[in-house]
Design a protein around this ligand. Structure first.
Ligand code: UD1
Ligand code: CA
Length: 456
């Protein structure tokens, strides 16, 4: 039996109070809809139809993929109306309907839902501690499901039901084609509710199965920012637990944010409040200090990142030491055993094995050899206001503190640049190059005396 997925993602998300379409609100660093699509793809369905409407161009742009078939629902007249827009495009077989604002359902639960549908409807339900906002499952005296009532349309007795609709449903396409046209917008919102298909089909004797979400948090529906924040913590807790199980030590699993993909070797230690974005790879034994931010980085084995460092697009060799308060920007490539210290910024630069830039420096568009020592306060003056120029520092060079290297400029192998030099021409290998004016001292100079207070 072929399965087609229909994802409903056209709603505005009024309760978010946001300019962003709801399904683009970020969760764990990705739009809500991207989570739903990833889960759909895990089932390898025959097709994935996405019903979009509000902010459709932005939604499409944020969720690319050749495997997606987009359907416009220009006016959002309810979840039933949304599915009706998709139906003409859906092949015979089973339709699995997912909501763009229900992002945490695991693929195995969806597979169970798909398999439970058979000739009838399968609903994913959960027992909610607080059912507020969800549609309630209505059962008859024999316990058979007879319909779903939305909170706004429910009687007080119906509202007390804790068994709620997650919104996710599987059913034969033919069944939806039969009952959806019969759905009427007779409800508090004046919308065509997909959920009304259940009562219509049940009244006709079609089987209605329920599949219960294993963990109520799996089926969280996100309508406002309170629910979004709760879902974010749920996702982060799950990511932290997966890291702990894989052998990573977290100083506090509740104070970690992974907003992308974090791949760790063995015995990695991550201190509190670290934030990981994009794809970050940490080698064996890496230690990440408190309040570090790492985006799209690869760190070799035994690297130590000290507190408050910010690494973006950097590659760092084994046993290097970064920070505290270091900033690595895209194109920073540090070899093994390098040291980048406090208030040092490195951008588009390679730093060779064993080299050190320990204090208050800017290294941009540079190539630094091995065993180089860059003194405190050294600046590569890489930008002339129009173009960027390169600085090359060969192996074993020593740059005295407070130097300015005006690019393009080269420091030769084993060269020494005296402290406070403004280097405008190349510094030859193995020589001492000192710049700046000649130092003078005036022996007879006196500081002006302060005015005598009494003489006023
Ligand atoms: C819906 C269910 C409710 C369930 C809850 C679970 C209905 C009528 N109600 O309520 O039983 O408990 O989800 O989270 O289905 N959408 C469209 N086009 C539309 C309307 C909505 O694409 O015209 C999309 C939205 O973008 C959203 C999803 O469908 O992704 C659900 O719509 P929403 O308005 O959030 O429904 P709920 O009120 O949460
Ligand atoms: Ca919703």
């Amino acid at each position: 039996m072929t399965t087609s997925v229909i994802v409903l993602a056209a709603g505005k998300g009024t309760r978010m109070n946001s300019a962003l379409p709801k399904v683009l609100q970020p969760l764990g660093g990705q739009p809500l809809l991207a989570h739903v699509l990833a889960t759909a793809r895990a089932l390898s369905p025959q097709a994935i139809h996405v019903v979009a409407g509000h902010g459709m161009a932005a939604v499409r742009a944020a969720c690319p993929g050749d495997d997606l078939h987009w359907i416009e629902q220009a006016e959002q007249r309810g979840t039933g109306h949304a599915v009706a827009q998709a139906l003409p495009h859906v092949a015979k077989g089973t339709a699995l309907i997912l909501y763009g604002d229900v992002p945490l359902v695991p693929p195995r639960t969806l597979a169970a839902l798909r398999d439970a549908a058979g000739d009838g409807i399968a609903l994913l339900v959960m027992q909610a501690a607080d059912p507020t906002g969800y549609g309630r499952i209505l059962r008859d005296a024999a316990g058979r499901v007879r319909g779903i009532v939305e909170e706004r349309d429910a009687t007080p007795a119906e509202r007390s039901v804790r068994e709620v609709n997650t919104g996710l449903m599987a059913a034969p396409v033919a069944l939806l084609r039969r009952y959806l046209p019969q759905v009427q917008p007779r409800n508090a919102q004046g919308e065509h509710y997909l959920t009304d298909v259940v009562a219509l089909a049940a009244a006709d004797g079609a089987p209605v199965q329920v599949v219960a979400a294993q963990d109520p948090d799996d089926a969280l529906g996100i309508n406002d920012r309170v629910q979004l924040a709760f879902a974010e913590r749920t996702l982060q807790r799950r990511r932290a637990e997966a890291l702990l199980r894989a052998g990573v030590t977290l100083a506090d699993p509740a104070r970690l944010d992974v907003r992308g993909e974090l791949l760790c070797g063995r015995d990695v230690f991550i201190d509190v409040n670290a934030v990981f974005e994009g794809r970050v790879v940490l080698g064996d034994g890496v230690r990440i200090g408190p309040n570090a931010v790492l985006r799209n980085c690869a760190l070799g084995a035994g690297v130590e990142v000290l507190a408050f460092s910010h690494l973006d697009g950097a590659r760092v060799g084994d046993r290097a030491r970064i920070g505290p308060y270091a900033r690595l920007r895209p194109g920073a490539e540090l070899a093994c055993e390098t040291h980048i210290g406090n208030f040092v910024e490195v951008k588009q630069a390679t730093v060779g094995r064993g080299s050190k830039v320990n204090h208050l420096s800017y290294i941009g568009d540079a190539e630094i050899g091995e065993r180089v020592n860059v003194g405190a306060g050294t600046i590569t003056c890489n930008y002339d206001g129009v173009h960027k120029h390169r600085t090359v520092i060969a192996d074993d060079a020593f740059i005295g503190s407070g130097s300015e290297l005006v690019a393009p400029v080269t420091v030769g192998e084993g060269a020494t640049v005296g402290a406070g030099t403004t280097l405008r021409k190349d510094a030859p290998a193995h020589q001492l190059t000192v710049g700046g004016g000649r130092q003078v001292s005036l022996p007879h100079w006196r500081r002006p005396a302060p005015k005598d207070r009494d003489s006023g």
